[in-house]
Design a protein around this ligand. Structure first.
Ligand code: GLN
Length: 551
C-alpha cells in the first residue's frame, strides 16, 4: 500500500502534550491492524539531544540502534509498543550538517545552496526514510515547537510541499492547540487557536483536524465555533481534556472516533476491530486504590521530573503489574551531602539512583547507596547508579578509601570505574558513548538471572565509563557479584550484593524497554523486594517485556 502520512503541528503554546497525542493516534492505527512508525522533527540546531542538559530538554531517550533522541520517542515506543530507529528523530542540526557535507564534497557543484529546495529536500528525504527502514504503512510526523517559531519554518515548508508530492488522500495535517481558561468568566477561549491556524494557513498548510487541548470540558458550541472559524469539519475538531493519566489519551481519542475519521480520510478501512480490553484494564488498575510504596529517587535533575521520564514510567508499569502504587520522592543528591532531605531516604521502601553525568551530587548518591547497603533497603542503580554502588562498596567494604570513577577524579589511586581502551582517545563528546543494544549474559543462581526468564538479555546503553576489570576479583571476593556479563566476558553489565534483599545495579538502562503492558523484569524484581519491605504480599503472574537476545 502507498505510505500514508499524518503531520502533527502544535500551536498556541508548547508542552500541551503533542507527543502523547501523536503516540496515542499511532496506537489507534495499530489497533486497527496497521504497521505504524512515528518520527519527531526537532527544529533546534544540535545534531541530537545527547549533548544537551536535561534541564533544557528532559530525558534523552535511547533507541536500539544507539540513537540519542527526544523523550517523545519514549512515548511513541511505549504507547504503540514498537521499536523505532535513528531516522525517527531528525534535527535541523542533522539536516544542515548533511547538506553542508554534500556541498563540500561537490555534490551540488555550481549551485547556490538554499533553504528551499536543498534543506527542504533533505527534510523530505529523511521523512521518506521512515517507511523504508521500518516498513511502516502509516507514518506520523510530529514537528517540535509551535507554529510561528523561526526555526520550524523549513520543516513546515517541507510538509507543505509534501501535500502535492503525496496527494491529499495520502496526507493529513493535524494541529494540536490549547484552549486557555479565563477564571473570572469561567470560559474557554478559542481565539489563540484561530490565530495559530491562521498562521499555519499563511505558510500554506490548512489543517484537516484540530485537537484542542484543555484543562476544562469543551462544549459543543465551542466545537462548532472552532470548526467554523478554522474551517475544519466539525467531527474533525477533537477536544482533548487533560486526563489524570497519560495512558487514557488513546481511549479519549477513540471515543471521539479519531481513528475512524482519519482512516476514512486516508481512504483506508480498518483491518480489524480495535480491542481496547487490555488498555481499559490498565486504566482501571491505575485508578484502583492500591497500597502505596515510597521510592526515593536520588538524582541531580530532580526539579524536572521529565529528566527521569522513562524511570518514572518503568516504575509505574511494574507497580501496576504488582498492584501497588509507586510514590516517588524526588531527592536532590546535593542536599543529602549537606545533611538535608534524608527523611525521604530514611522513609523509603526502596532507593533508585538513576543515570547521570558529571560530579555534582555524586557523594550524596554514594551516601544513599551506603545507607541502602547497610540497612538492607532495596536499591536499584541505573548506569551511574551501578557505578556509584561499586565505588561505595570499594570504599567502605574493600577499604579502598579513595576509590572513584576517573570521570570524577582522574588521578584516583583506585579507579574502580574507568574508561575502556576504546574510549580513551575519543575527543568528540557527541554520539561517541557506548550506545544502544548490547547483549548481557546472566549468571545462573543470581538475583538478575532469577528476574529475567532468559539466559541472554539485550539492553540499551548510554555511557562512557565501565567497571574496571582489574577490580573484579576483589569485588567478588568481598561479596559483590557480577551477575550480568557481556558474552565475550570483557564488560560487567550487572552487579548485585549477596546477603542483601535486593541491591542491584545495571550498566545499561532497563527503563527504556519497559512497556505499560509488559513491565521490565528488573523493575518487577526490585518492586517485589520493595513490596516485601513495605510489608505487602500478593502474588500475581506477570508477562514482562521480551528482552531476550536474538539467536
Ligand atoms: N556518567 C557515566 C558514564 O558516562 C554514567 C552515564 C549514565 O548514567 N548514563 O559512564
Amino acid at each position: 500500500m502507498t505510505t500514508k502520512y499524518i503531520f502533527i503541528t502544535g500551536g498556541v503554546v508548547s508542552s500541551v502534550g503533542k507527543g502523547v497525542a501523536a503516540a496515542a493516534i499511532g496506537r489507534l492505527f495499530k489497533e486497527r491492524g496497521f504497521d505504524v512508525a512515528v518520527q519527531k522533527l526537532d527544529p533546534y540546531i544540535n545534531v541530537d539531544p545527547g549533548t544537551m542538559s536535561p534541564y533544557q530538554h528532559g530525558e534523552v531517550f535511547v533507541l536500539d540502534d544507539g540513537a540519542e533522541t527526544d523523550l517523545d520517542l519514549g512515548h511513541y515506543e511505549r504507547f504503540i509498543d514498537i521499536s523505532l530507529n535513528r531516522v525517527c528523530n531528525v534535527t535541523s542540526g542533522q539536516v544542515y550538517a548533511e547538506v553542508i557535507a554534500k556541498e563540500r564534497r561537490g555534490d551540488y557543484l555550481g549551485g547556490t545552496i538554499q533553504v528551499i529546495p536543498h534543506i527542504t529536500n533533505e527534510i523530505k528525504r529523511r521523512i521518506g526514510m521512515v517507511s523504508k527502514t521500518t516498513g511502516a504503512e502509516i507514518v506520523l510526523v510530529e514537528i517540535g515547537g509551535t507554529v510561528g517559531d523561526i526555526e520550524s519554518l523549513p520543516f513546515l515548508e517541507a510538509l507543505r510541499q509534501m501535500r502535492s508530492d503525496l496527494g491529499r488522500e495520502n496526507s493529513v495535517y493535524i494541529h494540536v492547540t490549547w484552549l486557555p481558561h479565563i477564571g473570572a468568566t469561567n470560559e474557554l477561549k478559542t481565539k489563540p487557536t484561530q490565530h495559530s491556524v491562521r498562521e499555519l494557513r499563511s505558510i500554506g498548510i490548512a489543517p484537516d483536524m484540530i485537537i484542542a487541548r484543555s484543562d476544562h470540558p469543551v462544549d459543543d458550541e465551542l466545537r462548532d465555533k472552532i470548526a467554523l472559524f478554522c474551517d475544519v469539519q466539525r467531527q474533525a475538531v477533537i477536544p482533548l481534556v487533560t486526563t489524570p493519566g497519560l495512558y487514557e489519551v488513546p481511549l479519549k481519542l477513540e471515543e471521539e472516533h479519531v481513528g475512524d475519521t482519519l482512516l476514512h480520510r486516508l481512504g483506508l478501512a480498518a483491518r480489524r476491530e480495535p480491542d481496547w480490553s487490555g488498555w481499559k484494564h490498565l486504566i482501571a488498575e491505575v485508578n484502583r486504590p492500591k497500597p502505596t510504596v515510597n521510592i526515593a529517587l536520588v538524582g541531580k535533575y530532580v526539579e524536572l521530573h521529565d529528566a527521569y521520564m522513562s524511570v518514572r514510567e518503568a516504575l509505574n508499569h511494574a507497580g501496576l503489574a504488582l498492584g501497588i502504587e509507586v510514590k516517588i520522592d524526588w531527592v536532590h543528591s546535593s542536599e543529602l551531602e549537606k545533611g538535608r532531605e534524608w527523611e525521604h531516604v530514611h522513609n523509603a521502601d526502596g532507593i533508585i539512583v538513576p543515570g547521570g553525568f558529571g560530579s555534582r551530587g555524586i557523594e550524596g548518591k554514594i551516601q544513599a547507596a551506603s545507607f541502602a547497603r547497610q540497612e538492607g533497603v532495596p536499591y536499584l542503580g541505573l548506569c551511574l547508579g551501578l557505578q556509584l554502588m561499586v565505588i561505595e562498596f570499594a570504599r567502605h567494604v574493600l577499604k579502598d578509601d579513595e576509590a572513584n570513577s576517573t570521570e570524577f577524579n582522574r588521578s584516583t589511586p583506585h579507579p574502580v570505574i574507568d574508561l575502556m581502551p576504546d574510549q580513551r582517545d575519543i575527543a568528540d563528546l557527541g554520539g561517541t558513548m557506548r550506545l544502544g543494544l548490547y547483549p548481557c549474559q546472566l549468571q545462573p543462581g543470581t538475583l538478575a538471572a532469577h528476574a529475567y526468564s532468559v539466559e541472554m538479555a539485550q539492553e540499551r546503553h548510554r555511557h562512557r565509563f565501565e567497571l574496571n576489570n582489574a577490580y573484579r576479583n576483589a569485588l567478588e571476593q568481598g561479596g559483590m557479584l557480577c551477575s550480568g556479563i557481556s558474552p565475550d566476558g570483557r564488560l560487567v553489565e550487572i552487579v548485585e550484593m549477596s546477603n542483601h534483599p535486593f541491591m542491584l545495579g545495571t550498566q545499561f538502562h532497563p527503563e527504556f524497554l519497559s512497556r505499560p503492558n509488559r513491565p521490565h523484569p528488573l523493575f518487577i524484581a526490585f518492586l517485589k523486594a520493595v513490596r516485601d519491605r513495605a510489608g505487602f504480599t500478593e502474588s500475581v503472574e506477570i508477562e514482562t517485556v521480551q528482552v531476550e537476545a536474538e539467536a
